[in-house]
Design a protein around this ligand. Structure first.
Ligand code: NAP
Length: 549
């Protein structure tokens, strides 16, 4: 096959969620011929699968939405501060229709394999419908939290009732009325589902392995006046967000919590509790995430709130997070969470004291006996950051698989490419700020960069780009140096792959901040893609850079 023939597309995009849709938009606007594949039968990605009761995003709608189109921003009326998954699905479907993106997606089609053809510098992509698609670039926009991680508990398949993972929630209505429901897991998904189901079923039993910090969401409906206030300054707000650490329009403070008096701290923390958003407490002082004593002041404040809310002191004690600093596992949002445990029809099972022995047809057996259940919900998280990529049989130079390359921990240059896999771009991949910043803004920044890069390569007649192995080593070392200055390594979180047995423990997101990272990516591109190897078809040498700078 001639690599310049019409049979070879410019790019294959995987996924039709936030990232995939934006990649389709930008790449087709730039005149590239693309094909996108989506395993679900509709638009939405993460939100297509996460439709469990109570599912909603924990960033404000103003931040967790596309910024590329002022018209889109103006015409979409968010009904609440934190949109539900159903509202996000409506939004993403609107985006797909408004920009005519749907026609580029083949639904119900899983990408099973992608192999790089070194002679032709193209990817050969095999899909579940048995077809093969050839493209110059391969862009898996597969999300960082898209592969559910069921727990390893003996007997799981024997349960006689209905059971669902929050990340693969069925599209039919699940009836909880009169049912005894068990929830395993108290991360963001578990906290949301627990709040939604308390009082809606006969009895709710929560199986908690690790207590987390839950701060008030303060969700509320939005009025036309509230929306107008944001719209009046929206462009400015977005511009500021692009430069900040977390990709939202709140600057990161420099003051130390330890320089403040207890009264000053209390005032600040009460304010964060009352007017909170996800990052509220981390934004109180500059050293909450880097100094254990400073961090403990927040941790103790939240434990105090738990003690005030939960009437049974023994239950309150079980709900108080200990053993890892605040913020090093993602804190959760919930307006009613701790109050749930004051209900007679809710039971908390602390798995540290009474571990699960096995699942049986009637329910869950702990070392204290059987909890009879009709419905079992697994809110046990994801094979995060790498799971969706390594589940595709990706083969690069010399047929090396991505799984093999990442067997000691994922490595990328800038979270954009991994050396030995030319023309493969990751979106919010390991080594980028991804889940530690505003995800929708990170997605736009990545896709904008990838599009710019592909346009530059097209201009220059460059057919192949790869990450330089040394640049990649240096970048991953930098990622580790940055996290080593913080408290994040003190928690067993999905950021380090601790929730997946056998997964290498490597901290994968880049903590240097969204704004800093954006500048670094822009500088690299402006300097002619330093740290990348570019080659023209004829020469296969890295001579393109000189043409650019
Ligand atoms: P998660 O944070 O990884 O939480 C999984 C929970 O399951 C943890 O409590 C974990 O306990 C528990 N667990 C795992 N295996 C278990 C086992 N074998 N036995 C007992 N307990 C077990 O997963 P998630 O709640 O789905 O959230 C993942 C991420 O998705 C979040 O951090 C967030 O970034 C995103 N998310 C966001 C929203 C939102 O925007 N509101 C909603 C949902 C999810 P351990 O802590 O002890 O491992």
């Amino acid at each position: 096959m001639n690599p310049h023939s019409n049979d070879v597309l410019d790019a294959v995009v995987v996924g039709a969620g936030f990232a995939g849709l934006y990649a389709i938009k930008r790449l087709t606007d730039a005149g590239f011929r693309i094909q996108a594949f989506e395993s679900g039968d509709g638009i939405g990605g993460t939100w297509y699968w996460n439709r469990y009761p109570g599912a909603r995003v924990d960033l404000e709608c103003w931040d967790y939405s596309y910024s590329f189109s002022p018209e889109l921003q103006d015409e979409w009326d968010w009904p609440e501060r934190y949109p539900t998954s159903a509202e996000l699905m409506r939004y993403l479907n609107h985006v797909a229709d408004r920009f005519d993106l749907r026609r580029h997606v083949r639904f119900n089609t899983k990408v099973e394999a992608a192999e790089f053809d070194e002679q032709r510098n193209i990817w050969r992509v095999t899909t579940s419908d048995g077809k093969v698609t050839h493209a110059r670039f391969f862009v898996p926009a597969t999300g960082v939290l898209s592969v559910p991680k069921p727990p390893e508990i003996p007997g799981i398949g024997t349960f006689a009732g209905e059971s669902h993972h929050t990340g693969r929630w069925p599209h039919h209505e699940v009836n909880f009325e009169g049912k005894r429901v068990g929830v395993i897991g108290t991360g963001s998904s578990g906290i949301q589902v627990i709040q939604a189901l308390a009082g809606e079923c006969r009895h709710l039993t929560v199986f908690q392995r690790t207590a987390v910090y839950v701060v008030p969401a303060k969700n509320h409906p939005l009025t036309p006046e509230m929306r107008a206030r944001v719209r009046a300054i929206y462009a400015e707000r977005r511009a500021v967000s692009r430069l900040t650490r977390f990709g939202i329009a709140v600057p990161f403070p420099v003051e130390s919590a330890l320089d403040a008096t207890p009264q000053e701290r209390l005032k600040k923390y009460e304010n964060a509790w009352e007017n909170s958003q996800l990052l509220g407490f981390r934004m109180c002082y500059g050293d909450i995430l880097s100094n254990e004593a400073a961090n403990e002041t927040v941790a103790e404040f939240i434990r105090g709130k738990i003690g005030e809310t939960v009437k049974d002191p023994q239950v309150a004690a079980k709900l108080m997070p200990r053993g890892f600093p605040f913020g090093t596992k993602r804190p959760c949002l919930g307006d009613t969470y701790y109050g749930v445990y004051n209900r007679a029809d809710v039971t908390l099972v602390d798995l540290k004291q009474t571990p699960i022995d096995r699942v049986v047809p009637e329910g869950i057996v702990t070392n204290q006996g059987l909890h009879e259940l009709d419905v079992l919900i697994y809110a046990t998280g994801y094979d995060a950051l790498t799971g969706a990529l390594t589940r595709i049989d990706v083969r690069g130079i010399d047929g090396r698989t991505l799984t093999d390359k990442w067997s000691g921990g994922a490595k990328t240059y800038l979270g954009l490419m991994t050396s030995g896999f030319p023309n493969l771009f990751t979106v919010t991949g390991p080594g980028s700020p991804g889940p530690l910043a505003n995800m929708s803004m990170s997605i736009e920044q990545h896709v904008d960069w990838i599009t710019r890069c592909m346009i530059d390569l097209r201009k220059l007649g460059v057919e192949r780009i790869d990450a330089d192995a040394q640049a990649e080593e240096d970048w991953m070392q930098h990622v580790q140096e940055v996290v080593a200055k913080t408290l994040y390594l003190k928690a067993n979180s999905w950021y380090v792959g601790a929730n997946v047995p056998g997964k290498p423990h490597v901290f994968l997101p880049y903590l240097g901040g969204h704004g800093t990272y954006r500048k670094k990516c822009d500088d690299v591109a402006a300097a002619g893609y330093t740290g990348f190897l570019l080659s023209r078809a004829s020469t296969r040498e890295t001579d393109a850079r000189s043409a650019m700078v």
